[in-house]
Design a protein around this ligand. Structure first.
Ligand SMILES: [Zn+2]
Length: 203
């Protein structure tokens, strides 16, 4: 099984994935808009290729107004219709409505935790299984695969990059959440699973 890091080492011409791998994947994110955006990308990617998701990433950012939590949480049917008519993004009613509902769930976390980020930090570290249970209780459209990739890509779980990948060291210096503790992570477990179809890199 080729890892995302190995794939990009061998395919530097895949600019879209290389930029994401080198500058975004696994890097800690600041702020709830950025976290909601990443969660939205993982939800919208479900069942599709990550390359397709990356191609429409900027369009998603614009269509969802930068993923401002309060703006998205206030979206009504008109906005759903607007988004479903936008050919530049992945148009799936269930996914779009899930992103809106999750923005509302984030608002609901503010009283106790201050923010989505505060909620994540308050629960870290958990094992992937514990995180998945908690996400399912708290959000919608957050199955195990989406939770795993969301947490890896935002630095709450390790394993985004292979230890011999140059980006691994760069990220470790930024002290993502996983450098502050890891719980019950079965090493190697994640890498055996191909979360995406065979025509694009494992990520
Ligand atoms: Zn890497």
């Amino acid at each position: 099984m080729t890892s995302y890091c190995e794939y990009l080492h061998d395919h530097p011409e895949d600019t879209l994935n290389k930029l994401y791998h080198d500058h975004e994947y696994g890097f800690p994110l600041e702020g709830d808009a950025a976290l909601l955006e990443r969660l939205a990308l993982e939800i919208n990617q479900a069942g599709l290729s990550w390359s397709l998701m990356l191609k429409s990433k900027d369009a998603f950012h614009n269509a969802f107004e930068g993923f401002d939590v309060d703006k998205v949480a206030a979206y009504g049917e008109q906005d759903v219709t607007r988004l479903l008519a936008d050919a530049t993004i992945i148009r799936n009613r269930l996914k779009i409505k899930s992103v809106i509902e999750n923005a509302r769930r984030i608002q609901g976390l503010r009283t106790e935790f201050g923010s989505f980020q505060g909620w994540l930090d308050a629960h870290h570290p958990l094992s992937l299984e514990e995180w998945t249970r908690l996400f399912k209780k708290t959000f919608v459209f957050t199955g195990g695969e989406i939770v795993k990739e969301f947490l890896r890509s935002t630095g709450y779980l390790p394993d985004a990059h292979d230890p011999d990948c140059p980006v691994y060291g760069q990220i470790a210096k930024l002290q993502p959440a996983w450098t502050r503790g890891v719980r019950n992570v079965v090493l190697g477990e994640h890498k055996e699973k191909d979360s995406h179809a065979a025509d694009h890199p494992v990520r």
